[in-house]
Design a protein around this ligand. Structure first.
Ligand code: NAD
Ligand code: SSN
Length: 494
C-alpha cells in the first residue's frame, strides 16, 4: 500500500521514530498507521519491545536526579514554552490528529487548545507546591511535610484524545519533577511524536520525556512498565479491562497508580428542564468525537412528560449532522477508530431493536463513506435489559430511556459497575442538590453536557478508576508526601 504522508507546514513534526533519551530511535520492525476515514496509510513507526522500553526507563532514571532538583520556576518555564509551541503549531497538530484519529478539524483544533491548556495549567502549578507545618504531640518536636516527585513514571494513553490525554499526564508529572516513559497508542502515535519534537524544542532535557511506539508488543510493554521496579508510578487511560490487568501487574512492585477507565454516563432530563437546552447538552455530550469519549452520555433517561418532545427535537438535531472525512469543510462527525468499534455499535443497535427499541434515525453502517463510518443514531423506547444500557457504547448511538420518578431514575442510573461522568437537566434547586449528591460518579454536569475543563478535577469512582487529572489536584498524583519531625527543640525561656 502506498503511503499518503500528512502534509504539514512544519515538516519536523512528522516523525517516524520513537524518542528515547533525546534521540530519535528506529527499530528492526515497524507497524503502519492508518487514516480511519480513508484507510490510507499515513506512515509507520518502530514496533519496539522490552529492551527499548528498559532503555527508556534507564534514561528517565538517569535524568531524574537533575530534573527533579531544578528550581520549580525552570520546570515551569519549560512547560510554558511547550504550551506556546503547541499554539504556534496548532494547525499542523490538528491536522495530524484528524488524520490519525478521524475527528473533524474543528474538534481536533479544540483538542490542541485543550491539550495545551494542561501544559499551561501545570506550568503554573509547578511553582505552587506547598507542604504543611503540623503541631506535634510532643512539646519538643515540630513536624513539616514535603511534597516530592514520585520518580520515574510510566504513562499509557489512548487514541481518542491523542494529544490531550498525554499532556494531561505529562504536564503534572514534569511540573512535580518526575521523568516519564510514554507508551503511545498504536492507532495514533504520530501526535505523541509531534509532541516529543516540540518538547525537545521547548528545552525538555534529554531523558525526561521518552516516547515508545509499539503495536505487537503493547501488552509486554505495559507489563514492563507495571513490573519494572525503577518505575514508581503508572498512569493509564483506557478500558476497564486493561486497567484491571495493569493493576494486577503493578501489585508486584506496589506502584502508585492513576486509572481513568471506561464510563457509562447517565444523562437525565427531568420534566422541569428546558428541553432545548437539554437537547443541546445531549448533542454535545453524546456525539462529541462521534461518541468516542469516556464521558459521553451513554444512557439518556427522559421523564415521561417530555419524552416525546425530547426525542423528536434530538432526532431533528441529528438530521443536521454532516458525517464524513474530518478534513472536509462542514463535516461535523468523523469515522470511528476501526472496524471493531463499528461492529460493536452495530451489535448494540441490533440488540436494542430485537428487544423493542425503535430506531428514529441512523442505525446502520455508512459504508458509502468508508468501512469505519456509522450513522449517528437515535433509538427510543430503550429498556434496561438492552446491551447498550450495561455496556459503554463508545459510538454515535443515543439510546433514550423513559422514566417516571426521581428515585427510580437515580437508582437506575447508579445500577452500573462504573461511575465516571453523569449529567442531568432540571431547574429545581432542591432536586439539583439531591441528584448531584446522589449520582455515583466522579463528575456531574448540571444543565450542561460538557464537564471537561483543565480547572476541574477529572476522574471516576467504582470501576471507572481512581485518581484525578487536571485541576489543582492533578499534581498530587505525581508526588509523595514526606513528613519531617524536628525533635529536641527547647522552649523559649522568658
Ligand atoms: N477512558 C478512555 O478515555 C478510553 C479511551 C479509549 C478506550 N476506552 C474504552 O476501551 C474500549 C475499547 O477501546 P480500546 O480497545 O482502544 O481500549 P484499550 O483499553 O484496549 O486501549 C486503550 C489503550 O491501552 C493500550 N493497551 C491495550 N492493552 C494493553 C495492555 N495489556 N497493556 C498496556 N496497554 C494496553 C492500547 O494500546 C491503547 O493505547 C472502548 O470501547 C472504551 O470503552 C476508554
Ligand atoms: O475520553 C476521555 C477524556 C475526555 C475528556 O477529557 O473530555
Amino acid at each position: 500500500m502506498s503511503t499518503q504522508a500528512p502534509k504539514l507546514q512544519n515538516t519536523r513534526l512528522l516523525r517516524d521514530k520513537a524518542y528515547i533519551n533525546g534521540e530519535w530511535v528506529g527499530g528492526s520492525k515497524t507497524f503502519d498507521v492508518f487514516d480511519p476515514a480513508t484507510g490510507n496509510k499515513l506512515g509507520s513507526c518502530p514496533d519496539l519491545g522490552i529492551s527499548e522500553t528498559q532503555s527508556a526507563i534507564q534514561a528517565a532514571h538517569a535524568a531524574f536526579p537533575t530534573f527533579s532538583r531544578l528550581p520549580a520556576r525552570q520546570r515551569s518555564n519549560i512547560l510554558r514554552t511547550w504550551f506556546n509551541l503547541m499554539h504556534e503549531n496548532k494547525s499542523d497538530l490538528a491536522r495530524l490528529c484528524t488524520l490519525e484519529n478521524g475527528k473533524p478539524t474543528a474538534d481536533a483544533t479544540g483538542e490542541v487548545t485543550y491539550a495545551a491548556s494542561f501544559l499551561e495549567w501545570f506550568s503554573e502549578e509547578a511553582v505552587r507546591i506547598y507542604g504543611d507545618t503540623i503541631s506535634s504531640s510532643t512539646p519538643t518536636s515540630r513536624i513539616i511535610t514535603l511534597k516530592q516527585p514520585v520518580g520515574v513514571v510510566g504513562l499509557m494513553t489512548p487514541w481518542n484524545f491523542p494529544l490531550a490525554m498525554l499532556t494531561r499526564k505529562v504536564g503534572p508529572a514534569l511540573a512535580a519533577g518526575c521523568t516519564v516513559v510514554v507508551k503511545a497508542p498504536s492507532e495514533t502515535p504520530l501526535s505523541a511524536l509531534a509532541l516529543a519534537e516540540l518538547a525537545e524544542k521547548a528545552g525538555v532535557p534529554r531523558g525526561v520525556f521518552n516516547v515508545i511506539t509499539t503495536h505487537e508488543h503493547t501488552a509486554e510493554i505495559g507489563k514492563e512498565l507495571c513490573e519494572n521496579p525503577t518505575v514508581k508510578k503508572v498512569s493509564f487511560t483506557g478500558s476497564t479491562n486493561v486497567g484491571k490487568l495493569l493493576m494486577k501487574q503493578s501489585s508486584s512492585t506496589l506502584k502508585k497508580l492513576s486509572f481513568e477507565l471506561g464510563g457509562n454516563a447517565p444523562f437525565i432530563v427531568f420534566d422541569d428542564a428546558d428541553v432545548d437546552e437539554a437537547v443541546a447538552g445531549a448533542v454535545a455530550s453524546k456525539f462529541r468525537s462521534s461518541g468516542q469519549t469516556c464521558v459521553c452520555a451513554n444512557r439518556i433517561y427522559v421523564q415521561r412528560g417530555i419524552y416525546d418532545q425530547f426525542v423528536e427535537k434530538l432526532t431533528e438535531k441529528v438530521k443536521g449532522f454532516k458525517v464524513g472525512n474530518g478534513l472536509e469543510e462542514g463535516v461535523t462527525h468523523g469515522p470511528l477508530i476501526h472496524g471493531n468499534a463499528v461492529d460493536k455499535v452495530q451489535k448494540q443497535v441490533e440488540d436494542a431493536v430485537k428487544k423493542g427499541g425503535k430506531v428514529l434515525i441512523g442505525g446502520k453502517k455508512a459504508e458509502h463513506l468508508g468501512p469505519n463510518f456509522f450513522e449517528p443514531t437515535v433509538i427510543r423506547d430503550m429498556t434496561d435489559d438492552m446491551t447498550l444500557c450495561s455496556e459503554e457504547t463508545f459510538g454515535p448511538i443515543a439510546g433514550i430511556f423513559p422514566f417516571e420518578t426521581e428515585e427510580e431514575v437515580v437508582s437506575r442510573a447508579n445500577a452500573a459497575d462504573v461511575g465516571l461522568a453523569g449529567y442531568f437537566f432540571s431547574k429545581d434547586l432542591g432536586r439539583i442538590w439531591r441528584i448531584a449528591e446522589g449520582l455515583e460518579v466522579g463528575m456531574v454536569g448540571v444543565n450542561t453536557g460538557l464537564v471537561s475543563d483543565v480547572a476541574s478535577p477529572f476522574g471516576g469512582i467504582k470501576e471507572s478508576g481512581f485518581g484525578r487529572e487536571g485541576s489543582k489536584y492533578g499534581i498530587d498524583e505525581y508526588q509523595v508526601m514526606k513528613s519531617v519531625t524536628f525533635g529536641g527543640l527547647k522552649p523559649l525561656k522568658l
